[in-house]
Write a protein that binds this ligand. Structure first.
Ligand code: BYC
Length: 318
């Protein structure tokens, strides 16, 4: 039966059956309005995060310590731009325009990941971003490959492949510094000290303070809760820090044999919400840089749309 000829109840039942059977909801399928809105919210925020995430790393392209490091960093940052494009395209299939999404970002209406409002002040920060930020992103994004919305799930499969290269790129930078001179090791430790807690915040508020989680999990957009993902990240990252000979800046961090997991200290949620509200160390700078980049790209958008219009005109005339 076609969606168009179904009653509202049949449509709802078909949607629920797809979710139940681990199938994929596709853009032309009927879906509840709230499901569509949740996806637009999450996918567009994710796309914005990828694009804004290019900025803190972009600062280091001209200052990378060797040609090899520069090439790897450039490739990584280009990948992030690509991720933004896949994700904007996935969101567009839900009926929202790219112009509207970009405008929401540029006017400060849209959220993007809190992590990108922290500064990259030394080269070791580039290592920490790859190791910890991309590391956290992978832990979160592996489950999104199985998201119930087809275009999001397919975009995430490709993104995850690229993210694992990003994580290794960062870990290798930190490893070299950690094995270097005492000054280099100190740079690595200092970067870990500054990026550890913000990385834990990337997973979002605790489960009991996460208004969207329960419904997103029922719809199989999210598969694992914020707290469970955070724990997974901590458990896999602590042994890496130990191997590097670096100390995680948390005096309460302790292996819990009963839980077979690390206990850890209290996250400063006041800092998190403050950053999300726009008051982090770099929020203003990030928005200003995106606004500037958008204005500088005006001629490219004009040229591209003029070319598309000309092509359509020629096709019509032929
Ligand atoms: N920062 O109910 P909750 C990358 C918001 S990019 C800011 O738990 P949800 C990379 C949340 O939006 C990494 N805001 O929400 C790129 C919600 O507000 P709204 C980005 C946050 O959606 C370049 C409110 O808090 N990854 O990998 O169920 C270089 C309540 O939260 C944050 C993604 O976007 C935050 N950290 O769960 C390197 C992954 N956390 O919208 C790396 C996709 C929460 O109700 N997104 N909020 O106004 C997700 O998986 C989920 O959206 C989240 C939050 C886990 C982030």
């Amino acid at each position: 039966m076609q969606f168009r000829t179904m009653t509202a109840q049949q449509q709802q039942e078909r949607f629920e059956a797809i979710i139940e059977a681990e199938g994929k909801v596709e853009p032309k399928d009927w879906m509840p309005e709230a499901y569509r809105k949740t996806l637009i919210r999450q996918i567009s925020q994710h796309a914005h995060s990828e694009v804004v995430g290019m900025l803190p790393e972009g600062r280091w392209i001209t200052r990378a310590p060797s040609l090899r490091r520069k090439v790897a960093l450039l490739a990584k940052i280009q990948d992030e731009g690509g991720h933004g494009l896949y994700l904007y395209s996935a969101a567009e299939t839900l009926g929202v325009s790219r112009e509207d999404m970009v405008s929401d970002l540029l006017t400060g209406k849209a959220k993007y990941s809190s992590i990108f409002n922290y500064p990259t002040i030394t080269w070791a920060d580039i290592g920490a971003v790859g190791w910890l930020v991309d590391g956290a992103a992978i832990v979160n994004q592996i489950m999104l490959q199985k998201a119930s919305f087809g275009p999001y799930s397919r975009a995430m499969i490709r993104i995850c492949k690229e993210e694992s290269f990003h994580q290794r790129q960062g870990y290798e930078i930190i490893l070299k510094l950690a094995q270097g001179t005492p000054e280099q090791k100190e740079l690595a430790q200092d970067a870990l000290n500054r990026w550890w807690w913000p990385s834990l915040m990337m997973f979002g508020p605790n489960d009991d303070a996460s208004p969207n989680s329960a419904q997103s999990m029922a719809w199989k957009i999210k598969r694992i809760s914020n707290d469970d993902l955070r724990q997974k990240f901590i458990d896999q990252t602590v042994p890496q820090a130990n191997f590097l000979g670096l100390t995680i800046p948390d005096p309460d961090l302790k292996w819990n044999e009963e839980r077979k997991a690390y206990d850890f200290g209290e996250i400063d949620w006041e800092e998190f919400f403050n950053v999300v509200k726009g008051n982090g160390p770099c929020n203003k700078e990030r928005l200003r840089d995106r606004q500037e980049a958008h204005a500088n790209g005006e001629w490219v958008r004009e040229a591209a749309s003029a070319y598309a219009a000309k092509k359509a005109e020629r096709k019509e005339a032929a």
